[in-house]
Design a protein around this ligand. Structure first.
Ligand code: GDP
Ligand code: MN
Length: 433
């Protein structure tokens, strides 16, 4: 973990997140989706990881029926209970359910009320500032022992490009929208840059705890929690750990009341247990299917399917289709180490979308061998009896062999000389019809 690779990986991940955000922003507002990372954990899963690493969280159970929520509330045997809808987006406290219920976070002393509230949460969509317009369906709720909060602060650990490593970020003004605090009162945001080889120094943890407004023994406790959260951050290959509110109780405890963790997808090979917990229930099914074959899929609005390799080429392809008057239906990013079977699966996924009226293949063979792509394409065309026009632009490694394979296949594939030409031909093929 303690290598410069970690920050590079963080950067790559952020680039991907930016790409997705930017692609998604190009959709019409009606189908806009919140940008998603590839690995997502719900709050209760993140809190389990935290608890396992000595971080203070409330006692809790998870339920997927109202009756289980009621039973969980009884079993907790707490003075007060907090019921929290589990969706990946934040801002749940101020969210609204399609059942009419207001608030994705509720406090009550009566377990029966937990059952009643859970009934109006589970199976309904919760819309918050961070969800798509129609909200996200709630499948699980967290039933936790509620604690009084005397002060809410904000704490996060991020991989930061500007300082080439992790940075601790905190504010004594927590519980609220941190972006707003940063905009209105930047002097209330405190940072500690961490040397990844040395870790969090006692002085840094102490100073941040003090800046967050913790006093006396609470300051000691907050500093200790900060160090434990940093250890967790390293141990699980996170790129971000956010706790809002990072609060204190009148009884003198520092508690992580909420949790959001982002992961470095490049670390999947050594974080198998965590990746196995990935909550894919909020993904589109096609995204999950693509992920099974190591393909990255992003659905868009138009009618031209794009089969590309690399995020940059995806953006360029999107732009050039738009410039030529067309609209991409989706993107399938093949990535680096391609196998013929993947190309076949990619075509299967692309053509399964009924919106698709043409396919544009735009592959730049660097690491990718164009001949493998060409073989995959011809096999897919034959076996799937492709019914829509296919425009192919291949460039780079082994491209001559690839072109020979395509021409000799006798299949109705339109070859394109460059990206512009490919976009023009793809757009023409859908407007002709
Ligand atoms: P978010 O709205 O999705 O960020 O969900 P949070 O988990 O942060 O909960 C929203 C708000 O509910 C928090 O900022 C707290 O003010 C409040 N809250 C959450 N858990 C508790 C609790 O155990 N006790 C009390 N008193 N308030 C809580
Ligand atoms: Mn929160």
């Amino acid at each position: 973990m303690a290598s410069p690779m970690a920050s590079q990986a963080g950067t790559a991940l952020r680039d991907l997140a930016l790409l997705r955000a930017s692609l998604l922003a190009r959709r019409s507002p009606a189908v806009q989706l919140a940008p998603r990372r590839w690995l997502n954990l719900q709050e209760y899963q993140s809190k389990k990881l935290m608890a396992d690493h000595g971080v203070t969280v409330q006692r809790f159970f998870v339920a997927d029926t109202a009756n289980d929520a009621l039973e969980a509330a009884k079993r907790l045997n707490a003075t007060e209970i907090v019921l929290k809808a589990q969706i990946l987006a934040g801002g749940r406290g101020k969210g609204v359910f399609s059942s009419g219920l207001k608030g994705g976070v509720h406090l009550t002393k009566d377990p029966k009320v937990v059952g009643k509230l859970a009934e109006q949460m589970i199976g309904y969509n919760l819309t918050t500032k961070q969800t798509p317009k129609g909200g996200v369906k709630v499948q699980k709720v967290m039933v936790a022992e509620a604690l009084d909060i005397s002060r809410e602060t904000y704490f996060a650990i991020l991989m930061d490009r500007a300082c080439n490593g992790p940075v601790l970020v905190g504010s004594p003004q927590g519980g609220v929208d941190i972006e707003e605090v940063a905009a209105k009162s930047p002097e209330l945001i405190f940072k500690e840059e961490i040397d990844i080889f040395e870790g969090v120094k006692d002085l840094q943890a102490q100073r941040l705890a003090e800046n967050l407004g913790f006093k006396g023994l609470l300051q000691q406790q907050a500093a200790d929690q900060i160090k434990k959260l940093y250890n967790l951050f390293l141990k699980i290959d996170a790129t971000q750990v956010e706790v809002n509110p990072f609060g204190e109780t009148p009884e003198g405890q520092v508690v992580c009341f909420d949790a959001k963790i982002n992961f470095d997808d490049n670390a999947e090979f050594r974080q198998k247990e965590i990746f196995a917990m990935d909550d894919k229930s909020e993904n589109e099914p096609i995204e999950n299917e693509a992920a099974q074959y190591d393909l990255k899929y992003i659905g868009l609005d138009g009618n031209i399917a794009c089969f590309v390799n690399g995020a940059g080429l995806a953006m360029a392809t999107c732009d050039i289709i738009s410039l030529n008057g067309g609209k991409p239906a989706n993107f399938l990013d093949l990535g680096g180490g391609v196998k013929e079977a993947q190309v076949y699966q990619a075509f299967k996924l692309l053509t399964a979308d009924p919106k698709v009226e043409a396919i544009l293949v735009n592959i730049f063979g660097g690491i990718v061998n164009c001949a493998i792509i060409a073989n995959g394409i011809t096999k897919a065309c034959r076996e799937l009896e492709l019914k829509v026009p296919l425009v192919v632009r291949l460039e780079g490694t082994n491209v001559h062999e690839a072109k020979r394979i395509l021409t000799e296949s006798g299949l109705p594939i339109t070859a394109a000389s460059d990206l512009e030409d490919a976009a023009k031909k793809a757009v023409a093929s859908v407007t002709k019809k």
